[in-house]
Design a protein around this ligand. Structure first.
Ligand code: A3P
Length: 317
C-alpha cells in the first residue's frame, strides 16, 4: 500500500545518502552501489525492483551495457519471436519503435506498474549488471549483447552529452575517457558488467545467450538462427527456404530501422527518468568509429585494461 511504499522509499533515500559518489555523465552524481555506478533515479528503481518486481519463468530479458546494441537486439528478438504473427511487408516494427515494444525495467514506477497485463512470454530489457538483478529473474531466459568498449565509450559520450542537464558544464571527451577507464560512468565499470553476464552464460548456456555486436554485424543471419534456437523456436527448413532469416535481418538493419518515420520523430519516454529523441538511438551503427575519436595512446590504454580484466575468462574482442 501507499504508506508501506513511502516507508520503503524513505529507507532507500537513507541508504543512498551513505553511498560513495562520483560525477555523472548525464546527471550531477552517480552512486556506487555494490561496485556499480548508478544515477539516483536508476538506483532507486533498482531497489524497488527487489521489493516489487515478480518475474515469471517464461520471461525473456535483454540485457546490455548502454550503447552496446540494445535497440537492434530488441528489434531482432521481437521479430524472431513473433515471426508467425506479422508479415514482413506489414510489420509491427514499421510503426512501433523497438524501445516502445519492450519495456526497460530500470525506469519504472513499481508500485503502480506490475506488468501482469502482458502476455507470455513477456519481453523486458535492462542495463543493470547481473549482480543487481533480483534472484527471481534467474528462472527467466536472458540475452546479453556486448560491444567493443572503445565504440561503447564514443557512442555513450555522444549520447550522454545530448542528454546531459543544461545546468551542468559539458563533459569533454578527455574527461569521459578518464572516467570510463576507471569504471565511473552510468552502469559501469564496463568490464565487470560484461564479465558478470559472460561468466553466467558459460555456467548456464541454456538460460543466458551471450552475443557480440561485432558478430551480429558480420554474421547477422547466424545470430538470428542462434536467437531462434535459444528462444525455443528454431528456424525450420521451410522457413529457410522462404528466406525468413534474411527478412528478419533486413527488417532490423540499421539502414531500414533508422529510416522509418516512427524511429525518426518524437521522443521515447523511459518512465519518469528520461525522455530521449528517438532518432538519437540511431547514429552510425558501424564497427570502429572509435578511430575518429581516440588517440593511439587512448586506444592502447583501453585495450590494455580489457586484456587485463578479461585475462583467463575466455572472452576477447
Ligand atoms: P553508434 O553510436 O556507434 O552509432 P543502444 O541501442 O544500446 O543504445 O546502442 C546504440 C548504438 O547502436 C549506436 O551506435 C547505434 O547507432 C547502434 N544501432 C542502433 N540500431 C542499430 C541497428 N539496427 N544495427 C546496428 N547498429 C545499430
Amino acid at each position: 500500500d501507499d504508506a508501506e511504499y513511502k516507508k520503503i522509499c524513505e529507507n532507500h533515500k537513507h541508504l543512498i545518502e551513505t553511498l560513495p559518489k562520483c560525477n555523472g555523465w548525464r546527471t550531477l552524481h552517480l552512486h556506487n552501489y555494490n561496485g556499480y555506478w548508478l544515477s539516483t533515479k536508476i538506483l532507486k528503481s533498482n531497489l524497488l525492483i527487489h521489493a516489487y518486481f515478480k518475474s515469471q519463468p517464461t520471461d525473456i530479458f535483454l540485457a546490455s551495457f548502454m550503447k552496446s546494441g540494445t535497440t537492434w537486439l530488441k528489434a531482432l528478438v521481437f521479430s524472431t519471436l513473433n515471426r508467425d504473427r506479422y508479415t514482413f511487408s506489414n510489420h509491427h516494427l514499421h510503426n512501433h519503435s523497438p524501445h516502445s515494444i519492450i519495456p526497460v525495467i530500470d525506469a519504472e514506477s513499481y508500485h503502480i506498474t506490475d506488468f501482469t497485463n502482458l502476455s507470455a512470454p513477456r519481453l523486458f530489457s535492462t542495463h543493470y549488471p547481473l549482480p543487481l538483478l533480483p534472484a527471481c529473474m534467474s528462472c527467466a531466459k536472458l540475452v546479453y549483447v556486448c560491444r567493443d568498449p572503445k565504440d561503447v565509450l564514443v557512442s555513450k559520450w555522444l549520447f550522454m552529452s545530448k542528454l546531459r542537464s543544461k545546468d551542468l558544464p559539458p563533459l569533454s571527451f578527455d574527461e569521459a575517457f578518464e572516467l570510463f577507464c576507471v569504471g565511473a560512468s552510468e552502469y559501469g565499470p564496463f568490464w565487470e558488467h560484461v564479465l558478470s553476464y559472460w561468466r553466467a552464460s558459460l555456467e548456464n548456456p541454456d538460460k543466458i545467450l551471450f552475443l557480440k555486436y561485432e558478430e551480429m554485424k558480420k554474421e547477422p543471419e547466424m545470430v538470428v538462427r542462434k536467437l531462434a534456437a535459444f528462444l525455443g523456436k528454431a528456424v525450420t527448413v521451410e522457413e529457410e527456404e522462404k528466406g525468413v532469416v534474411r527478412e528478419i535481418v533486413k527488417l532490423c538493419s540499421f539502414e531500414n530501422l533508422s529510416n522509418l518515420e516512427v524511429n525518426k520523430t518524437g521522443v521515447e519516454k523511459f518512465g519518469k527518468v528520461l525522455d530521449v529523441e528517438k532518432r538519437d538511438f540511431f547514429r552510425k551503427g558501424v564497427i570502429g568509429d572509435w578511430k575518429n575519436y581516440l588517440s593511439d595512446e587512448m586506444k592502447e590504454r583501453i585495450d590494455g585494461i580489457t586484456d587485463e580484466k578479461f585475462k583467463g575468462s575466455g572472452l576477447t574482442f
